[in-house]
Unconditional design. Sequence first.
Length: 974
Amino acid sequence: MSKDRAVEDNANMGKLQISNTIFTGGFNTVTRMHVIKLDIEQSYTDVSDDEAKDQGLSLLSVADDSETKDSAGFGSEVKNDFQHQPNFGEKTRRPLTRKFSVSPTILIPYRLLSIIRILLLGFYLTWRVRHPNHESMWLWRISNTCELWFALSWLLEQLPRLCLINRATDISALKDRFESPNLQNPKGRSDLPGIDVFVTTADPEKEPPLVTANTILSILAVDYPVEKLACYLSDDAGSLLTFEALADTANFARIWVPFCRKHGIEPRNPEAYFKQKHDFLNNEVRLDLAGDWRRVKREYDEFKVRINSLPETIKRRSGSYNAKEELKANMNPSEMGENSSDEIKISKATWMFDGSYWPGTWEVSGEDDHSRGDHVGIIQVMLPSSDAKPVYGSNTNGKHLIDTTDVDIRLPMLVYMSREKRPGYDNNKKAGAMNALLRTSAIMSNGPFILNLDCDHYINNSLALREGMCFMLDKGGDRVCYVQFPQRFDGIDPDDLYANLNTLFLDVNMRALDGLQGPYYIGTCCIFRRIALYAFSPARVTEHHGLFGTRKTKLLLRKVTVSKKEDDEMASQINQCALDCDDDDDDADTRSLLLPKRFGNSTSLAASIKVMEFQGRLLQELESKGNQGCPTDSLTATQEPLDVATVAKAITVISCDYEDNTEWGKRVGWMYGYLTEDVLTGYQMHNRGWRSVYCITKHHAFRGTAPINLTDRLHQVLVWATGSVELFFSRNNSLFATRRMKFLQKVDYFNTSVYPFSSFFILVDCFLPAVSLFSGQFMVQSFVTLLTFNLVDSITLYLHAILENKWSGITITNRWREKQSVVMWGTSSYPAAVLQGLVKLIAGVNISYTLTPKPATPKDGDDEFADLYVVKWSFLMIPPITIMLVNTIAIAVGIARALYNPYPEWSKLIGGVSYSFWVLCHFHPFAKGLMGRRSRALNLFYVWSGLLSIIVLLLSIYIKSSSETQNHMKFLFP
Ligand SMILES: O=c1ccn([C@@H]2O[C@H](COP(=O)(O)OP(=O)(O)O[C@H]3O[C@H](CO)[C@@H](O)[C@H](O)[C@H]3O)[C@@H](O)[C@H]2O)c(=O)[nH]1
Ligand SMILES: [Mn+2]
């Protein structure tokens, strides 16, 4: 698109908005869109003049076309420098990743143990079934069913752990291949593909802006070619608070990012970095680190104060503007078109610092067009994209904080986005936000790869993106739809009371899946291949790559999409789109108007097609530039110029999906209609035949926060478990509906979808000992057999865990926490999830999403774990509390009955009491959470009641056995 055209389109914004209305099809309301013009100097003054000019908060900065072309089209240079190039062939052929299998010394005993356990379980269960307890058949039946179920679920869990693997990356090989001079790239410019980073935030109260700001800073400072990186923040609250916090973050990044690059800082999240202890005398650091550290720290502290006082700042500013407005209106009522002398009511608006209305949500709710679920779409480029050439800073001369003469001071693109929301239309929660980002970014930067982060998950290792790229760009990498990293956490209490670390899932199960078809997508810390999100199958993409750079891309799109039958509609539509591009290449507007007609009034389909179109056009462009032999995936050798016209067109695309909203999530992008979009979205990709990869390393690539408050944790587990139930009921998840998914992978997905249903058996098992104590009927013939079995069972389980520790690092304590949490959640969140899922299935009721509150950054001197002791009531606590009470009472009743009974059945009593105590042990963290700060007393209670019951029992056995010597043998082996 020529410059003139862009200018013309800029002037014709009004016209474009009209075409948007047509574009949204049958929807009546005119879709409006705000592209905000801001001048950062007004609010943030401590920036030098020349810096302020390129400060970025200008209207959707237009990148210089000629520059961009230069950076992309290095074809001509190739010819000139051809003879002078040494041979790099060998160097670039090194593999980027390696795969290890777990050592046989661990694997063989591990498998042996599995077999032993299966045999033991088999023997025990057959014995149980063959020997009914005639005393109490109902107890026998119930406990049998429970045990059969648990055995089965253990088997389901164990099966996928047969092929264990570990992986490693070679970052230096990546550098050699993509960033060293070679024949195609004599200057050694980075040939790494572009990455768009998506961050989502939804509520500045539950998700403190300072936390989000730190995440953004860690992204802006990541070690990746600046011109290939773009960062998008989606704000589902449409809040000015987030907006201004982001603007100030972009500002602070000018200090923070060069500082990180200069000294090789890790981690590049200022809050986490400044918390560390520093050794400035270390030989490996630069001499000026101490000075720079002090100056940057002071800047950060001021930044922190500014961000934390933003709510107050905005409130005060809006207050004074509103008062002024009111005054004005009352002075000249005629101007307001009011004839009466009544006092005029002015709506309490939220004001931006330049004295204009904030188009998003206003603090005072209830305002039409300005509430959480009812506002226009907002898009703002906070930092423009940059050129491929490094820009070096200058030395300290009063203006500049630190000396950056040899430091590249460019910053990646940064965009604020808040999608349009209207009452009566489902916004599809996080999935909706992600898809809006997917479409917006397709038009603005179109990185072939996408990193997805929650607002509280920052990049902890600045090489993380490169690590991910190793998998994507390695041989065979084109079958990888995403690279998932484990979720690691800061700020978890040392005891990890509520099993937040998730070790069993993150360190064992996910790794085991990597030996099959790949780990689940867990919603954050995940790098996607864009094309996999566009519902392509890997086979198709391989074909794509095979032809890439050698034939006509258009031809290729047509050929590829027609050759596969299953992606029917979408394929033919893309096909048509490619044809359209052919017809009238120069008239983009006519084309976008044609699309809705051809495909009905479907906004979302049209939007998805637009995205496809862009991808196609990009390929074409590369093609036409003669970019022959360009490495696969370096699609962004061309940086899409960011011009006003294209971005204005994105307006239609980022708006909420209106009536056709199901189309997007059904076919393209993040899946709609489920509480947890993540597992389902990954499931679809695996089902299409993609594989995913687990990138788990000792240094944690990403870190985030987890709820350490019992109530928050219960609600988080409720959301996850409901997602699983939804997966179970989803049409896709029939064991027979699988298309290209490996069998064991399918088994694991099935297991995931089924675990909340075990809540029924867990509940029963927790009440059984109490019921038997109350009724005086014990559930098995002999507690001795039960205990022996439990012992053997536990031993094999923990031997397993020890072996698992060898390759996953999971400890016995972790294991015990996991076991406790299965019982705790199994009696609270899981049954609630099953109920919610059933209600949705039967009545079609939409389930609401509970956003997990993120802990705020503690101020100096604050208790880091204060949240741990906050007790908030939740209905989910009712069953566990009941179980704890019932079992405690049952123990007392049982003992009392035995003591006052002339013929007490001691063996039954011991069985019942120890079983009840065993149940109570599983609820220890739960009880601690309920007691809050008084939990120390609780520990004493547990120890003493344990000891006491043992003493009482031993005493009574002693008394009993000495008085009835004949019966002695009987009670030991009844
Ligand atoms: O309407 C919404 C709801 C949520 N979010 C964002 O989604 C992310 C995750 O939400 P959170 O409540 O923190 O979920 P968690 O339980 O902490 O997160 C885990 O579980 C979720 C559901 O499976 C995944 O989406 C997350 O990525 C994963 O970290 C946050 O960044 C939110 O801002 C939105 O953008 N819009
Ligand atoms: Mn979270």
